[in-house]
Ligand binder design. Structure first.
Ligand code: PLP
Length: 420
């Protein structure tokens, strides 16, 4: 068995990449991983261990449905958020095609890569895709969705909250427009679920994705809510999940996902208040103590916990590495984009200039963070930024008064001014 890696105390500010499994969740899962407990059966088997596993899956389905304000038949378990998003988009697109409906899909330019790549793939297969722009706050304008809907539009997919900036999109309004025009509306709720209310009827969503590992559940489990009557083609063919997603269910993972949703429902208000306070203190402290740092996205209208800051004259990756040496885990944006030096497509879509997008750091705080974590970061971040800048000739010129700014901040208000 792999031993835990011992390092100095970890200060974790990367909850949007993944979260630790909460002990209550691990406790709920444990019997389904214990060979002695006799709960490891295949839920499709008719014998006792199989039926015990089936009961656990169905109880979990009911629990997740309660969390989303849905009915159990509307819940499909998948293997991750990526699968849920893909099953929603390809599933709705293929189902529409089968019925001879048009081939136009609308999404936004700030979606997670799994949505963008899926839409890009469909484009290679003959679908027409509109990637809507956002304003400098990272918001999709519902009026632009309205204008983009055509006779042949079969699906609109706009995320509930952005993974890099935390900005909350006006999905209820977009969903209302889609319903009026009888277009299926999918929303990726992977970053919002557990952080802000996600009752699907209030969001007017026909399809809604979540991922257990983003809300203190295990990795390897996702959920796709599919509103009754929404037509979907399955990605995997067979009889499980009412023919909508074949494959033997990940029983322990599904139980963990439901336990995580239940805890999230109970703790959401308290956690949101605590985490937003910590995030605001961290953000304000950095903005005050480090020169030439800019917030990406608005101050309000974000999920609690997420702060995306651009450090001018600093490479985000360098900052991530130096902070890691100090035991502080942050990221430059989406986890999948880390390790590459490509500037974030989300920040670029918001009109953030290249040099500032390259200097972006995402701090995402969560349930286990404390004031002491914020204090430690407020001590380390200015020091790390100063160290990196001391190696930058551009910063040296600037301190000598030479104008080196490639892109003044007042020009970073993007392609389109924010909506009032
Ligand atoms: N959508 C968003 C907004 C995400 O943040 C992520 C993960 O970072 C995903 C989709 C993919 O989820 P998963 O890691 O469960 O495949």
């Amino acid at each position: 068995m792999k031993k835990a890696v011992k390092r100095k105390k970890l200060i974790y500010f990367d909850y949007n990449a993944t979260t630790p499994v909460r002990p209550e969740v691990a406790g709920a899962m444990a019997p389904y991983l214990d060979p002695e407990a006799g709960l490891w059966g295949n839920p499709s088997s008719v014998h006792f261990p199989g039926q015990e596993a089936r009961r656990a899956v169905e109880d979990a389905r009911a629990g997740v449905a309660r969390f989303l304000g849905a009915s159990p038949e509307e819940i499909i378990f998948t293997s991750c958020g990526t699968e849920s998003d893909t099953a929603a988009i390809k599933g709705a697109a293929f189902a529409a095609k089968e019925r001879g409906k048009g081939g136009h899909i609308i999404t936004s330019s700030i979606e997670h890569d799994c949505v963008l790549f899926c839409c890009e793939y469909l484009r290679t297969q003959g679908w027409d895709v509109t990637f809507l722009p956002v304003d400098s706050s990272g918001l999709v304008d519902p009026d632009e969705v309205k204008k983009a809907i055509r006779k042949d539009t079969v699906l609109v997919s706009v995320m509930h909250a952005n993974n890099e900036t935390g900005v909350i999109e006006p999905v209820a309004e977009i969903g209302r427009i889609c319903r009026e025009r009888e277009v299926v509306f999918h929303s990726d709720g992977i970053q919002s679920a557990g952080k802000i209310p996600t009752r699907v009827s209030e969001l007017n969503a026909d399809l809604f994705s979540l991922s257990a590992h983003k809300l203190y559940g295990p990795k390897g489990v996702g959920v796709l809510y599919a509103r009754k009557g929404t037509r979907l083609h399955p990605l995997f063919h067979g009889h499980h999940e009412r023919g909508r997603r074949a494959g033997t269910e990940n029983v322990a993972g599904i139980v963990g996902c439901a336990a995580a949703c239940e805890l999230a429902g109970k703790d959401m208000v308290r956690d949101a208040e605590k985490v937003a306070k910590l995030r605001d203190r961290l953000e304000e402290g950095i903005l005050r103590s480090v020169p030439c740092v800019f917030r990406n996205g608005p101050k309000g209208g974000r999920i609690p916990g997420t702060s995306n800051l651009s450090f001018e004259y600093v490479e985000g990756e360098g900052c991530v590495m130096l902070l890691d040496l100090e035991g502080i885990a942050v990221s430059t944006g989406s986890a999948c984009a880390s390790g590459t030096t490509k500037a974030s497509h989300v920040l670029r879509a918001m009109g953030v200039p290249g040099n500032l997008a390259q200097g972006a750091l995402r701090f995402s705080l969560g349930h286990f963070n404390s004031g002491a974590d914020v204090d430690a970061a407020l001590e380390a971040v200015p020091r790390v930024a100063a160290k990196l800048r001391s190696m930058s000739p551009l910063w040296e010129d600037r301190t000598k008064g030479v104008e080196t700014r490639i892109t003044p901040p007042d020009r970073f208000l993007g392609l389109r001014p924010p909506r009032p």
